[in-house]
Design a protein around this ligand. Structure first.
Ligand SMILES: O=C(O)CCC(=O)C(=O)O
Ligand SMILES: [Fe+2]
Length: 369
């Protein structure tokens, strides 16, 4: 271990080698002569993931606060109204929930997790064939968030694969592991079916036509990401993914059992406890705009871990690039719209060409008070 100080983190050569092995993107940067890497991951004090006192106290007392867990089994039967009600409450209070008994086969879940793990385990050179630091390139292997804007790097590598229309993208997906395309396609189809049902449930909870949000969000862009957070020599000084809200419509995230995802709620960071085979569902910025702020996109972040690498696999569902997004008139309830109309593709481009910065993108389309 190197010397860990409050403000500075000097690392030994051995640790340096860990950096190089762990982050393939960083390896590429170093080879290109960038020298700021040794301290590149050390966040300023106020951006380190120290939990706020209240949340710490809850952990210690065993009185853990948890995001809602929705049992989706009742959705197609007698429990329908109750499921819709619980989802509505979770969206309103949290913007985040976990879903169990969701109908996606366990075998499909295990296969995609495994094949993503195998992808990250491939030799560096093979992954580097897909490497790009251009955040507008659809299929890519990358590191951190936006290397042209990040002042401190984030401790993660990722693989991004758009899925719709599949024929436009599948040939660009990783060819190795050899089962990647087949298993990921199967997973994408299952997740798409779940996304449709969730969009319908959320629409119903708002009193909208059943397929309203499916039509605007659920049936258009679908992008699967696999995030890989290597074990980190000093997890308190850095972060896997900085606080942000997702820019799109809804996100359905699969995570392994390591843990690290945290949600900002009532001024505290709440850990999302991994549940086997469950999905974490969260609302993106477009839902906040469409509902005039009744349902909000919620900030979340991923912390890293000293012992274990972690994988999370979010799938993002978003409107068409040319969709005009504005508060739905029937949800205004006599209030003025809080957001100006925006074109989703323009919003997204702005989001991805800037540094991840909490909810600053949302502010950009907010009406002045
Ligand atoms: O790894 C996680 O749990 C969160 C990842 C995330 O928020 C994202 O990729 O947008
Ligand atoms: Fe996210």
């Amino acid at each position: 271990m190197g010397t860990v100080g409050e403000e500075e983190w000097t690392i030994s050569e051995a640790e340096m080698n860990v950096f190089k092995q762990n982050s393939k993107g960083v390896k590429a940067l170093m080879e290109s002569g960038i020298t700021r890497i040794p301290n590149a991951y050390v966040k300023p004090l106020d951006e380190r993931p120290t939990k706020l006192a209240a949340a710490e106290a809850d952990y210690l007392s065993g009185n853990e606060i948890e995001i809602p867990v929705i049992n989706f089994a009742g959705f197609d039967g007698e429990g329908h109204a109750q499921v819709v009600k619980s989802i509505g409450e979770a969206c309103e209070k949290w913007g985040f929930f976990q879903v169990i008994n969701h109908g996606v086969p366990t075998s499909v879940i295990h296969s995609v997790m495994q094949v993503c793990e195998e992808f990250f385990d491939l030799p560096v050179d093979e992954k580097m064939e897909l490497y790009s630091d251009d955040t507008l390139k659809p299929v890519r292997f990358g590191t951190s968030v936006n290397l042209s804007k990040d002042t401190v790097l984030e401790w993660r590598d990722y693989l991004r694969c758009p899925c719709r229309p599949l024929s436009d993208f599948i040939h660009l997906w990783p060819a190795k592991p050899s089962t990647f395309r087949e298993l990921t396609t199967e997973y994408c189809e299952e997740i798409a079916a779940l996304a449709k049902r969730l969009c319908c449930a959320i629409s119903e909870s708002l009193g909208l036509e059943f397929e309203y949000l499916y039509e605007v969000i659920g049936k258009h862009q679908q992008v699967i990401m696999a995030n890989h957070y290597p074990a980190c020599p000093n997890p308190d000084l850095t972060i896997g993914v900085s606080p942000h809200s997702d820019p799109g419509g809804i996100t359905i995230l699969l995570q392994d059992q390591v843990g690290g995802l945290e949600v900002f709620n009532e001024g505290r960071w709440i850990a999302v406890k991994p549940l086997p085979n469950a999905f974490v569902v969260n609302l993106g910025d477009q839902i906040q705009f469409l509902t005039n702020g009744r349902y909000k996109s919620v900030e979340h972040r991923a912390t890293v871990n000293a012992e274990k690498a972690r994988i999370s696999i979010p799938t993002f569902f978003s409107p068409q690039a040319n969709a005009k997004i504005a508060p739905i008139p029937e949800l205004l309830g006599g209030q003025p719209p809080m957001y100006i109309e925006s074109i989703f593709g323009v919003y997204l481009q702005r989001y991805f060409t800037n540094k991840l910065n909490r909810k600053s993108a949302v502010d950009s389309v907010q009406h002045a008070p």
